[in-house]
Design a protein around this ligand. Structure first.
Ligand code: URA
Length: 216
């Protein structure tokens, strides 16, 4: 798997990452959602450099120009509910993508153990398309792996990209085992610890709650 970690290079991205992590700034849920969306836009831009391009003749009021435009048939797939702001960011740039939404949640067996429940699937055919699977918080990696398994009945994509905000090194190792070796991961930043509840440390806390409020 090809792993691209974006925060190694200094850019405005690092300000957006610092704001979603900051225990005070992240309490402004509108800013939190918007920062995740902005990170999604940056991931889309960076990943777009890896797509396939074709020539297109554009007619301007003064003449014509040949430009290179992406030609991939993209399906953007996100996991409900924390993935919604990241999905919006990617869709802002890949504005003609098809969209898939899957629900996945942690069903706790006890305080520290859980299994991933994947229940709701709304996806177009993936056959021959470019699948961009997004997950803002790649903690254990089990959710995105379960979603990928569930999507297998929807056709075989031509290629797979994963777009994430914060990941753990442990999750990246799990993904390498479960996704085809040609899969490309684009991730804003990586932390190397998980706590006993499966949260990324230092991470940012619960992305779904920060974006949309706490749940029962
Ligand atoms: N989901 C989150 O929102 N945060 C984590 O740290 C792990 C999973």
């Amino acid at each position: 798997m090809d792993v691209n970690i974006l925060d190694a290079k200094n850019s405005l991205l690092n300000k957006f990452i610092s704001e979603i992590r900051d225990v005070t700034i992240q309490k402004d849920s509108m800013r939190f959602r918007r920062n995740i969306e902005r990170i999604g836009e940056i991931l889309a831009y960076e990943l777009s450099q890896d797509l396939d391009y074709e020539s297109k003749i554009v007619t301007t009021p003064l003449g014509t120009k040949i430009v290179q435009v992406p030609k991939n048939d993209i399906v953007l797939c996100s996991i409900l509910r924390a993935g919604l702001p990241l999905h919006t960011g990617l869709l802002n740039y890949f504005d003609d993508a098809e969209n898939a939404f899957i629900s996945a949640y942690r069903k706790h067996i006890n305080e520290t153990e859980f299994e991933i429940k994947v229940e709701y699937f709304a996806s177009p055919s993936l056959e021959g398309k470019t699948l961009i699977l997004t997950d803002p918080m790649l903690a254990t990696g089990q959710s995105i792996v379960s979603v990928f398994e569930g999507l297998k009945g929807h056709g075989t994509p031509k290629e797979i990209y994963l777009a994430c905000v914060i990941g753990s090194t442990e999750a990246i190792e799990l993904l390498k085992k479960h996704f085809p070796s040609t899969t490309k991961l684009w991730i804003a930043t990586v932390d190397n610890k998980l706590n006993e509840k499966g949260y990324i440390v230092p991470g940012l806390g619960d992305a779904g709650d920060l974006a949309f409020g706490s749940k029962l």
